[in-house]
Each structure stands twice: as C-alpha cells, then as structure tokens.
Design a protein. Sequence first.
Length: 459
Amino acid sequence: MLTFGLTGGFSDDQLEQVYNETLSVLEQIGMQVADPDIRGFLGGLPGIHVKDDRVCYAPQLVGEWIEVIRHDNLEYSYNRHDRRIRMVGPYMGQQYHDPDTGEVRYATADDMRVAVKLCDALDIYGPSPIHLQTVPPPLRQVTTQRICLENSREIGGWGPAASEKDAYWQCRISEAAGRPAPHCCMEIPISPLRLNVEALRMVFSRRGRDDQLTGMVIGGGAVPMPGATAPIFVPGCFIQAMAEALAAYITPQLIDPRVQGYCSFGGFLFDLRRATTGNLFPESVLYNLLGRQVIERFLGETMGSSIGVGAFNSPQAALSIGFKAACDVLAGARSFLGVGGYGDGFCPVSAVLAADIVKHLGKFIEGREYRSEPGLSLEAISEALEDGTFLAHPTTLDYRKLYIIPELVFEHSDHERLLEAAAEKARQTVARHDYCLPDDVLGDIEEVYRAAERDLLGS
C-alpha cells in the first residue's frame, strides 16, 4: 500500500522499479509504427529492433536519450530551470468571456489580442490562450500564431500543426518574428503504445533536406487514461505513460537529429461509472503527485500546478484554488498552469484573480526569515505580555506589509465587488501593455502571412 505525503507516495525502491519496468516495456513490447518504410529505416539503427509492426528500444539507447532529454526538453508544463515562479495560460481555448458584457462567444481577433496582451503583461508564457475559430479553418493556426507574435514576448509556439503545409507557415511566420523554437508542435503518442505516423512522415519525408521543419517540436504529451487506455493499477499506468512519452521524444530525432522534442505525460482517471473521462476526482490530486515523482525520477523535472481548474464563482472557489496551488507548491511545483482558463475558453477576470493568488503565494514561497537570535523569543513574549498585545510590537510591524496590505483576492469580502475590481484591473493592465515589435519585423510578418494566406486558401 502507498501512503501519501505532499511530495507523493513512491519510495526510492518503487521509483527504481518504475524506471526498470519502463525500460522493459520499451524493449520487449515497443511502440506500434504503422509505416513499413519508417520501420525499415529505424530497424537499421543501433539499439533498435523491429518486431512485426512494432519498434523496440534497447535499454542502453533509452538511457542515453534520457540524459539528452534532461538537458533539452521543450516542455512548457514543467518548472522553468531558473526556479522562478511563472504562469502558463490555458491551452488554446475557443471561447472568450467578455468582462464588460458577460458574453461568452467564439473569440474574435480583437478578443484574442486582449487575451494575449493581458497574458503578456502578467508574465505568462506557453501556448496561446485562445485558438481562433472566427477565421477560415486553413488559416486558424497561422493567424493565432501571428497575434501571439505581435502582442507578446513568450505566448504562442506550442500550437498544433494540422498539416505539413500548416506547420511550414507557422515556422516561417515565427522565424520572421525572430522567435526561438518551438513554433508549433505535434503530439505523437497514442495510448496504448502507438505512435502517430502522420507526424513521423513529416519528419521522414524531409530528412536530409534543408527545408526540414526544425521549428516544429514533436513528442509527447502522452495522455493514457487508467482503466481505459492504460492499466488502472499503480505503477502500471505510470510505466506505460513514461514509455509512451520517451518513445515519442526519441523516435523523431532518430529519424532526423535536427528535429526538437518534448517529453511529458499527463492523465485523466477514467470515470468507470459513466465509461467516459470526467472532471477531476479528488484522487486525481494523488495521481498527479505520483506522476510528478515519476517524471522527476526520469527527467529531473517537476510538473507545475493546474491552478486553472474551475471558476472564481465564489469566495470559497478562490480559496480552494489557492489551497490547491499551495499544496502543489509544497510538492515542488513552480509553474502555474491554466491561468485564465474557464471552461473551453479564456476569461480575463479569472486570469487576473489567479495571477493575484500566485503573486500572494510567491511572497511565502520565497521563504520567511528565521529569527535565531538567542533570547529574542523570550524578550518579545515578555514585552507583549506587558502591553497586552503583539499588534504594536516591532516584530509584528515587520510583517505589516505582508499581512495588512492584502492582494486583490484577499482585499474584498464582497464577491461581486471582487469580480468588478478584477475586471477593472484586467482593463487597466491591457491598456498599459506596451509591447510592440519593430516596424520592419512587423512588415516581415505581414509578408509571410499574406503568402500563407494565398497558399492555404488557394487564392
């Protein structure tokens, strides 16, 4: 039986078992690759064995790649390497929650600019918070990326590539803006233990060519569902998840070393009552703790905290989100994911409130001074007893700024007033946003966009 703490439940021996059995799964079962040409190519490489339609990986080969992944993993849901507190927006929601009218709608280009500017001003990085649905489908990815590039420093880049042509233009427009990779992404693991050959063919067909899509990051992103597409028991679900994530990172780069990758896994407990995926269960928190341990054992990385789950529709909800984030911080999380997420969309009010909670937590995460002066405790207690209170004691006054001047969420006891204040802060934050690319770069982006428009729309 596993007993849980804030950092998980696996012992060192159990983590080692997960590691070794993951290597065994990759060696003995491998990954299905439903393309004979790709299998033939991979089968000629050292450390690879092809068995029917499956590609198997030698433990030594996997071990060598794990060391590569530890130093070069383009996965946004892990802590930043500088350990600084950072926030990530929701992943490409389709709807926009208008803070002025209360309307929920498919986001327009203007809505998206507001969302991206707000995220940039709040020091958010990662994928676009919105995936435009109000432009022609062939242009959705490129237009989404363009708005991110023109209005933010770090937003965008992990958007899905719908096709090879789509990936090409996402890379081109990002290069025109001078952004580092990734420019777009493609997840290739399919549970259980299968790789998406459409993505692999993009790499395979361009190997050795100068126009390889090196700005497209390919990997996983594995999302096995315990009880449906993965074993429901521990540690089986984590062994499969890590095997899928590793194979999805390694395989494209074996085909062409210029391709970049990301390696991670998540998961949703399958709702056995309804035979479908469902909302997070309470035990999902424990599942995530175990997953964080496994990822750290393999990759030396720590997953962030999913602060964006749920809406700020009551004071209790705000406190619950803050409590969940605080627990994840104690488990090692430093990236806060889904900031501003609300259903299948982006909500400026939720973004401001979540960022406010993160900022508040950040004060405490930095640590508290340890007053080790001999006799200080005795002195302070004696002085306070004489005054009858600690309120005016110098040691209390040191903390006034932290406790007496609250942040937005903890300043308003009236929930409606809190939402109004958050909406106003969102408007003011966007109005102050002043990031802009130079005119010549904007001209280059416009030129690439028009070429993409002609190509993708056939006009």
